[in-house]
Design a protein around this ligand. Structure first.
Ligand SMILES: O=P(O)(O)OC[C@H]1O[C@H](OP(=O)(O)OP(=O)(O)O)[C@H](O)[C@@H]1O
Ligand code: HPA
Ligand SMILES: [Mg+2]
Length: 179
């Protein structure tokens, strides 16, 4: 048995992910020229997307990470825990959050309030995946790779119970794996 056996459909191939990262990177390059933005990846899901995205940004950027978590299995507890905070001040910095997926919206909603309170010059979000069907709180997302329908996806950083992050594509997890 391979990991592929647990996936019913490939939602985004490796090639498609790279082409989305490239077009998002080009837009970000235009919008952030000479602003030296701080790209903040939310661990752990954003690891692969951060790595690919920054290759296509052709202006100076800095990167940092926050570790936040609210999921147990396929369900958000709604309680967003900060496990690791930023290593630096965001005051007067242009902050761009880098996310793998926006689902209920609760993770970013909680973190954006905190970063605005810390007096960032601007705060925007880039996400590879947007799953609007499941939204519980509104989040204003400036850069979206692609929208996906409802269903629990894994791979390319996204997990189910810490597994499947290492798949090089985004796949729909078979319901029998988590039910
Ligand atoms: O919009 P939401 O419903 O809040 O879901 C999105 C968040 O959930 C996942 O993180 P998770 O809490 O599973 O932590 P992880 O990145 O370490 O897997 C994902 O990586 C996003 O950060
Ligand atoms: O569909 C998903 N898959 C993995 N992690 C997630 N976190 C929010 N939604 C998802
Ligand atoms: Mg997770």
């Amino acid at each position: 048995m391979t990991l592929r056996n647990d996936i019913s459909d490939i939602v985004l191939s490796e090639e498609k992910i790279i082409s989305l990262a490239k077009s998002l990177g080009e837009k970000i390059t235009e919008d952030y020229k000479d602003k030296n933005p701080l790209l903040v990846g939310l661990l752990k899901g954003s690891i692969m997307f951060m790595g690919d995205l920054i290759k296509y940004i052709d202006t100076h950027v800095e990167i940092d990470f926050m570790d936040v978590s609210s999921y147990s299995g396929t369900k958000s507890s709604g309680d967003v825990k900060i496990i690791k905070d930023l290593n630096q001040s965001v005051e007067d910095r242009h902050i761009l959050f880098v996310e793998d997926i926006i689902d209920t919206g609760q993770t970013l909603n909680a973190i954006i309030d905190l970063i605005e309170y810390r007096k960032a010059a601007s705060v925007e979000i880039v996400t590879l995946l947007d799953k609007p069907a499941n939204r519980k709180v509104d989040v204003d997302v400036k850069y979206v790779g692609t929208e996906i329908p409802d269903g629990f996806v894994v791979g390319y950083g996204l997990d189910f119970d810490e597994k499947y992050r290492n798949l090089p594509y985004i796949g729909l997890l078979k319901p029998e794996i988590y039910q």
